[in-house]
Design a protein around this ligand. Structure first.
Ligand code: DC
Length: 229
């Protein structure tokens, strides 16, 4: 019987480029697992905030990391992030975590712990993982690497619409400034900076609909799944 080979799909890119929208849709279509690695850094940040962990104290950070277990489960039809068994999906998307997550993601001990968990989650392949370093560090041998980009104005409007849907009104200029700051921190950090992997395929979705973007990615995925007989 012919069977498609399961592959690993890495979706990397800057904040608010639509990575999770694409990665979730791809995973659904292919019946693959989906891992939102940004949510893992967010859950870690939430733990640090709750336990007043001093980011400059490497012993405290190391100890705290031993007590953090992150998982994903579907709840009421939504993919939710669990921190030590507690559903923290709402809380990790709030401003408090959003404002602290980029500095937390610069800490090497944090990255090592997250990357180890991510490799474990993806070891069987058949997974779509989105983040910043998936194609460069977590799975450098992923069969398909997509690097998503979009113009700043479009990214900021998408973020504004997401926030509006949650009842939060934020000025577009403030969003642009926040995105620029996060881009800067993510791409200039010493450990695993955000960059396009050499063998990644760049998709600029500024002028693409979600369907057009999805079709392009799906074609690429199918071309990488050689048929096994
Ligand atoms: O995708 P996001 O906005 O939820 O990511 C939150 C933060 O985590 C962002 O500042 C970048 C960081 N991150 C990272 O450093 N590496 C990843 N693989 C995923 C996210």
């Amino acid at each position: 019987m012919a069977e498609d080979k399961k592959i690993t799909i890495a979706v990397d890119g800057y904040s608010s480029c639509g990575k999770s929208t694409l990665a979730k849709a791809l995973a659904k279509e292919l019946d693959y697992g989906y891992v939102d690695t940004g949510a893992m850094y967010r859950a870690t940040t939430l733990y640090f905030l709750r336990h007043n962990i001093d980011l400059d104290n490497s012993e405290d950070v190391k100890n705290a990391l031993c007590h953090i277990q992150i998982g994903f489960k579907s709840f009421e039809g939504k993919n939710c992030t669990f921190l030590n068994g507690e559903n923290v999906e709402e809380e990790i998307r709030g401003m408090e975590v959003s404002n602290k997550v980029s500095p937390v993601a610069t800490i090497s001990a944090v990255r090592r712990a997250m990357v180890a968990q991510q490799r474990e989650m993806g070891k069987e392949k058949g997974v779509v993982m989105d983040g910043r370093d998936i194609g460069t560090v977590v799975f450098p041998n992923a069969e398909l690497k997509i690097f998503l980009t979009a113009d700043m104005e479009v990214r900021a409007k998408r973020r504004r619409d997401e926030m509006l849907a949650k009842g939060q009104i934020v000025n577009l200029t403030d969003i642009i400034n926040n995105l620029k700051e996060r881009d800067h921190i993510d791409s200039t950090r010493e450990d695993s900076p955000l960059k396009k992997a050499k063998d990644a395929i760049e998709i600029n979705n500024t002028l693409l609909t979600k369907e057009e973007q999805m079709n392009m990615a799906l074609e690429l995925a199918k071309s990488r799944m050689e048929v096994r007989v």
